[in-house]
Write a protein that binds this ligand. Structure first.
Ligand code: PEP
Ligand code: MG
Length: 325
């Protein structure tokens, strides 16, 4: 099967009924980069920059960050890379950056919250990204956004860094795309404001599921209890896709859900046209979608999600559909 997936590398991801799907991969270290070619992914939809920090014994300096991003872009050879700013805190521990003990680290001082409280850290990272992408496209994405004002605050810092770069005569990126991760349910009640502030949105379904279902993503005692393919969660994801259509904002999903063919099938059926997944999932997900007639599945799944009295689960429907295919 591995061979079979490899053979699909160069095949364009189009469903049987003609929907073009964008398949990208997630990455975080240089060792991931060769997978871009091997998997046939169109780009890196999520680059987890915290990995460089997590494997270092001291805080990487601006020059080291810049060199790293430059190398990533070079290896990506023109395929787009979406750099996510530091997502530390929560379950991602950076040994030399010890915050105070927290009772609820997942709900604590992490990701964009920490970056906004340590603007020097964030500005250094933004500067490294700007410098590494001189003359190229730079795609920046912010993790764990809760309120739209956080985006505006980061944009101001970014603007300052851009001005600084041009003042010292440095070449700027050719194009800048600014996006947010949608991982906190509060953002669902700010979808239109959010989408008017950003160029793209990427759903972090691991965290969004954790916060929506009140289930610790690292605790299998409870994390296996609820289904990502349940009505409430799929309805939520569908609302996000619809907001994207309404606002003509591009929406991707980069959580683990995208890596499993059955849940990827559900995502396509509710309207997603762009997914970012672990590199080894690109082949299996592509094989699934090439064989899929979405026009047959979508109305049925959507009706099931709207049916308040239904007893059949979305998972049952999806499994039956996949078995027939
Ligand atoms: C997510 O939360 O779904 C996500 C992609 O980010 P991470 O897994 O790095 O928290
Ligand atoms: Mg996350």
């Amino acid at each position: 099967r591995q061979e079979q997936f490899r053979a699909l590398r160069g095949v364009e991801p189009i469903t049987r009924d003609g929907s073009r799907i964008k398949l990208q991969m997630n990455a975080g270290l240089m060792v991931d980069l060769p997978q871009l070619d091997e998997s046939g992914a169109e780009g890196i939809g999520l680059f987890r920059t915290e990995l460089q920090f997590m494997i270092a014994s001291t805080m990487p300096r601006m020059e080291e960050q810049e060199a790293f991003y430059r190398n990533v872009l070079k290896q990506a050879a023109g395929k787009p890379v979406t750099f996510r700013t530091l997502d530390i805190g929560g379950d991602k521990v950076v040994p030399y950056f010890r915050a105070a003990e927290e009772e609820n680290p997942a709900l604590g001082w992490r990701a964009i919250r920490l970056s906004l409280d340590r603007p020097g850290l964030l500005r250094t990272q933004l500067r490294a990204m700007l410098r590494a992408s001189a003359g190229q496209e730079l795609r920046i994405m912010l993790p764990m956004v809760t309120e739209v004002f956080e985006l505006k605050a980061v944009r101001e810092l970014l603007q300052k860094e851009i001005q600084r770069q041009s003042k010292v005569g440095e070449q700027l990126p050719r194009k800048l795309q600014f996006g947010a991760m949608l991982e906190v349910p509060a953002l669902l009640y700010q979808l239109d404001e959010l989408m008017s502030e950003v160029d793209f949105v990427s759903v972090g379904s691991n965290d969004l599921f954790q916060f929506t279902m009140a289930v610790d993503r690292g605790n299998s005692r409870v994390s296996d209890r609820f289904d990502v393919l349940s009505r409430p969660f799929l309805r939520m994801l569908r609302d996000i896709v619809r907001a994207g259509e309404r606002n003509t904002t591009s929406v991707t999903l980069c959580g683990e859900m995208a890596s499993k063919p059955l849940s990827a099938l559900a995502l396509l059926a509710i309207g997603f046209r762009s997914l970012s997944m672990s590199p080894t999932a690109v082949g299996p997900v592509k094989a699934m979608l090439l064989a899929t007639d979405l026009a047959r599945l979508s109305p049925e799944l959507n009706a099931l999600l709207d049916d308040t009295k239904g007893t059949r689960t979305p998972r049952e429907l999806l499994k039956a559909f996949a078995a027939e295919n």
